[in-house]
Design a protein around this ligand. Structure first.
Ligand code: NAP
Length: 248
């Protein structure tokens, strides 16, 4: 049976590194993205050049209609999903909680929490032995922020990742008997473009002296952990977390 993986937010950063590594490990890859078609195409072309199967599909994970269409397209173009990486996530300009408006909070929670729930729902419907599926694995991309809280920067983002941690535990137990494992990685300080969205592209330079390993991480260091959690080597691991934060 073909291994089919959906990676949300795979046009850039951690998602893109995960897409390349998944292709290398024999998955047919769906590279989901929001707007940056050029970046998504670059990932897909790179994978195809190595002789592996990949497609780019635009979908806003916060939109139920988009998510349903995304999984239906994957069914048609690649086959039934066997692995999902809930990676798409956003943060916004650094600020204190007293300055956050409701629209910002809605955007963060809609993408980071509701998006992950909707994608997990569509994956479970297809993977669960209860629904005639043959099982699968889900990895949620949480953040070290769920433990640290991100004071003065983005407590909203950190709280959204706290919800992802709880979802990981609950969903893992809910579907454990149905052939599906659900785990999470909690990266921190990874060298990607997300820090620019917070208004500080060089954030890692500023904080690295407070990281025990005294450096930021690379996207591939997160991708490696994600692919291990998805693999048969992690066959008895569910509801678990791997922190990839240089010891922070
Ligand atoms: P990034 O470089 O900013 O890339 C974000 C990706 O998500 C892009 O592919 C983007 O698509 C996509 N995306 C954003 N909103 C989306 C939506 N509504 N629907 C579908 N796709 C969407 O981010 P990153 O640093 O790789 O982060 C990836 C994940 O790791 C996030 O969940 C983040 O919270 C988590 N994380 C990152 C760090 C870090 O230090 N970098 C630390 C802890 C956790 P477009 O290219 O189309 O915009």
């Amino acid at each position: 049976m073909e291994k089919v993986i959906v990676i949300t937010g795979a046009s850039r950063g951690i998602g893109a590194a995960t897409a390349y590594l998944a292709a290398d490990k024999g998955y047919a890859v769906c590279v989901n993205y929001l707007r940056n078609q050029e970046a998504a195409k670059k990932v897909v072309d790179g994978i195809k050049k190595l002789g592996n199967k990949a497609i780019a599909l635009s979908a806003d994970v916060a939109s139920e209609t988009d998510v349903i269409a995304l999984f239906n397209s994957v069914d048609r173009q690649l086959g039934t999903v066997t692995a999902l990486v809930n990676n798409a996530g956003i943060l916004e300009q650094q600020m204190r909680v007293e300055n956050m408006d409701a629209n910002r909070l809605q955007r963060i929670l809609a993408t980071n929490i509701i998006g992950s729930f909707l994608c997990a729902r569509e994956a479970v419907k297809r993977m669960s032995t209860k629904h005639g599926g043959t099982g699968g694995a889900i990895v949620n991309v949480s953040s070290g922020a769920s433990r640290l809280g991100s004071p003065g920067e983005y407590v909203d983002y950190a709280a959204s990742k706290g919800a992802i941690d709880t979802m990981t535990i609950g969903l893992a137990k809910e579907v454990a008997e149905e052939g599906i494992r659900v785990n999470a990685v909690r990266p921190g300080f990874i060298d990607t473009e997300i820090h620019a969205s917070g208004g500080e592209p060089d954030r890692i330079e500023r904080v690295k002296e407070f990281i025990p390993m005294k450096r930021g991480g690379q996207a591939i260091e997160v991708a490696t952990a994600i692919l291990w959690l998805l693999s048969a080597e992690a066959s008895y691991t569910t509801g678990s977390f791997i922190d990839i934060t240089g010891g922070k």
